[in-house]
Structures are given as structure tokens and as C-alpha cells.
Design a protein around this ligand. Structure first.
Ligand code: CP3
Length: 353
């Protein structure tokens, strides 16, 4: 049962008495308990065991006191179900030996039926729903980010092959985006039906596109995805990095919440996105490698800006780094809760300076 609905309230821009906080990649490599599990199993093997996944998802809720859990899985898991085998290389990321490069490759992608092809993911969600008292965030990769891994065959900084397909063969690109959008829609509907209370689309690398290219080559797929999920009434979060100049376009996707990285200050992100969407972010994850007073100073600035409008969720600007200390995250979570509650109380009593 959800006892703490702060996160959902903030997604819906309803009043809160303190800010909700969770961290992207909060279930994972910085945790000694996860590293212990990793000694025995690969990421994919963990993802196939619902009990283990549920345990990893629960850890940050129990240890850090965050206001939302995230499903333990990876954006690549449904890619395997589309008929494209992948491996995760340590400290590198997803690698695909037979990448998707041609119109025929796209045509051969198989349709995903989550109940049939990814039952362990849905089972993890059901297990978590029985244990959690905070909302569970389900997720998928965004179409551009998934396409990039599938076309390049490995993590890429420039996304050259991806963009070449876009420019050289826009018809194949559109078919590809359409196949990915269809997969994401059925997968997200299944996750919500299984018990996810909100979903986040991690389109991590979409910021490599110029606004006009985002509008032309990605926005139609994103609009379709969010429009097809609206009826389920679960908040929809869209996240990417280096999206400063895309922010006005991200709002056009139909998302309820936009995840912003640390390169754009919160008040500027709000100006670009508008006040009728919620915002999530955006502490630089590397700040957590510095001394506590600096973490506190930077978090305070984000909170001061965040509470100016309803609809703010404290998070990092990208995922937790693997060398971060659990203590540091614990302390940050407590600080966000305490400081934001104090500021919001001052505000409602009209004593704020
Ligand atoms: O709390 C959580 O976020 C845990 C669930 C989760 C994982 N991956 C597990 C994972 C989530 C939400 C993801 C999303 C993901 N995966 C993204 C989008 C978010 C982002 O960071 O931009 C991307 C781009 C991927 C693809 C991916 N998977 C990469 C690039 C890597 C290797 C680099 C890295 O960050 O470790 C992975 C492997 C991966 N996925 C790990 C974990 C815990 C670590 C490696 C492992 O344990 O084998």
C-alpha cells in the first residue's frame, strides 16, 4: 500500500509539505549489497530473478529513505525481446554484435508481448507492490537512445551511424521509431497494470540532437507514446541529458514531468518548460564526490529554486555514480526532507524572507 504519496503529488503539481526525493540509478552499483549479488550473477541474470530485482529495488528505500522506488531492470531488456541479443560490458555498457542498420533489419524486429516475453519484469513489479509503501517507478529507454544502442552496436558519443540513418534514410528511421514506440507503449502499459505508479522514459542521449532534428525525427514518436499512456493516469516523466535547448520541445511531448540535468539551473528550466509541468532534478552527480558542505550548498540552491512553484521532485541531474558513498546519499536525502519542510512551512506561515 502506498502510505507516502509525496512523489505522486509532486508529479501532479499538488501541494506537499516537503519535497519528494529519489535518485536515478539509486538501485545499483554504489551499493555493497548489489556488488555482492553481482559477484554471482550478470546484470541480465539478475533481471531474470524477480526476488533479487525486488530486493535491489527495495534497498534505497530502506537505506536512504527515498520517496519512490525504481524497478530494477535495464533499458536493454526489451531490446533482447525484440530479437536483438545484447551484452552489457563492465564499465562500458550495452554491446550488440548484429546491430540494426538496414530497412530489412528494422522489418525483422519482433513485436514484444510483455506477459509472454518479459514475465519476470512484471513479476518483479507485483512483488514490489506487495512490499513497498512508496510509489514504484517503472521505466523504458526512449526511442532515440534505444535506437542509438541498436544501430551503433555499442555506446557512442557522437551517434554518427544513428544520425546517418536519420538523414540518409528517413523512411527506415521513421519505421524504426514507430516499432520502438509500439514496444514502449505496450511495455509501459503492462508495467502500470502490474503495479507501477509512474513511468520514466530514459532518453538519455537525445540531447545530442539539434532542436529541429528532435522535432522532425523524435518528437512524433514521443507524442505518440505519451498520448497512448495518458488514459492510465500514471504520471509520465521524460528525461534526457544536455537538453537545455530542447526543453521547450520536451514539453510538447505530452509528459507530465521533465527531468533536467545539472547544466540548466532550475529557474531557467522552468522558464523554458513553463509552469504547468512538474520538474525533476538536478544536482550534478559528481558533486556527491566532494565534501558534504559543498553538497549541502548545492542542494540548498536547488531546493530554494524548486519550491518556488508546485511540482518539484529532487533528484540528481543523471545517475548516481558507482563511487558514491551510501552515507552521502543518506545525508542528502535527510537534508532535502528537513530543509524543504522548513522552507515550505515558513512560506505557508508567511514568514519567509
Ligand atoms: O536504480 C536504477 O536506475 C536501476 C535500474 C537501471 C539500470 N539501468 C541497471 C543497470 C536503470 C533505470 C537503468 C537505465 C539505463 N541503462 C540507462 C538510462 C539511464 C542513464 O544512466 O542514462 C542507460 C543509458 C542504460 C544502458 C546501460 N546499462 C549502460 C550504459 C550500462 C553500463 C554503464 C553503467 O552505468 O554501469 C548499463 C549497465 C547497468 N544497468 C548497470 C546497472 C546497475 C551496471 C552494470 C552491472 O551491474 O552490470
Amino acid at each position: 500500500m502506498i502510505e507516502n504519496d509525496l512523489f505522486l503529488r509532486a508529479c501532479r503539481r499538488q501541494p506537499v509539505d516537503r519535497l519528494p526525493v529519489w535518485y536515478m540509478r539509486q538501485a545499483g552499483r554504489y551499493q555493497p549489497e548489489y556488488r555482492k549479488i553481482k559477484e554471482r550473477y550478470s546484470l541480465v541474470e539478475i533481471c531474470e530473478q524477480p526476488e533479487l530485482c525486488a530486493q535491489v529495488s527495495m534497498l534505497p528505500v530502506q537505506q536512504l529513505g527515498v520517496d519512490a522506488a525504481i524497478l530494477f531492470s535495464d533499458i536493454m531488456i526489451p531490446v533482447g525481446a525484440m530479437g536483438v541479443p545484447f551484452e552489457i560490458e563492465a564499465d562500458r555498457g550495452p554491446v550488440i554484435h548484429r546491430p540494426v542498420r538496414t530497412q530489412d533489419d528494422v522489418a525483422e524486429l519482433t513485436e514484444v508481448d510483455p506477459e509472454r516475453d518479459l514475465p519476470h519484469v512484471l513479476e518483479t513489479i507485483r512483488l514490489l507492490r506487495g512490499q513497498l509503501t512508496v510509489p514504484l517507478i517503472g521505466f523504458a529507454g526512449g526511442p532515440f537512445t534505444l535506437a542509438s544502442y541498436m544501430i551503433e552496436g555499442a555506446p557512442s558519443r557522437e551517434h554518427l551511424l544513428t544520425k546517418s540513418m536519420m538523414y540518409r534514410d528517413p523512411q527506415t528511421w521513421r519505421q524504426f521509431m514507430d516499432r520502438l514506440a509500439t514496444m514502449i507503449i505496450v511495455y509501459m502499459r503492462a508495467q502500470i497494470h502490474a503495479g507501477a505508479s509512474a513511468i520514466q522514459i530514459f532518453d538519455s542521449w537525445v540531447g545530442s540532437l539539434a532542436p529541429e532534428d528532435f522535432r522532425e525525427y523524435v518528437l512524433p514518436a514521443m507524442k505518440k507514446i505519451f498520448a497512448s499512456l495518458k488514459d492510465l493516469n500514471a504520471p509520465l516523466i521524460y528525461f534526457g541529458v544536455t537538453t537545455a535547448d530542447l526543453l521547450p520541445l520536451l514539453r510538447e511531448t505530452g509528459a507530465d514531468v521533465i527531468g533536467v540535468d545539472w547544466r540548466t539551473p532550475v529557474h531557467i528550466a522552468r522558464q523554458r518548460i513553463g509552469n504547468d509541468l512538474a520538474l525533476q532534478g538536478n544536482l550534478d552527480p559528481t558533486v556527491l564526490l566532494g565534501p558534504w558542505p559543498e553538497v549541502e550548498r548545492r542542494a540548498r540552491a536547488i531546493i530554494d529554486a524548486g519550491i518556488q512553484r508546485p511540482g518539484f521532485i529532487f533528484n540528481l541531474g543523471h545517475g548516481v555514480l558507482k563511487m558514491v558513498e551510501v552515507d552521502q546519499l543518506q545525508r542528502l536525502t535527510a537534508f532535502v526532507h528537513e530543509y524543504s519542510e522548513q522552507k515550505l512551512t515558513e512560506r505557508s506561515e508567511g514568514t519567509s524572507s
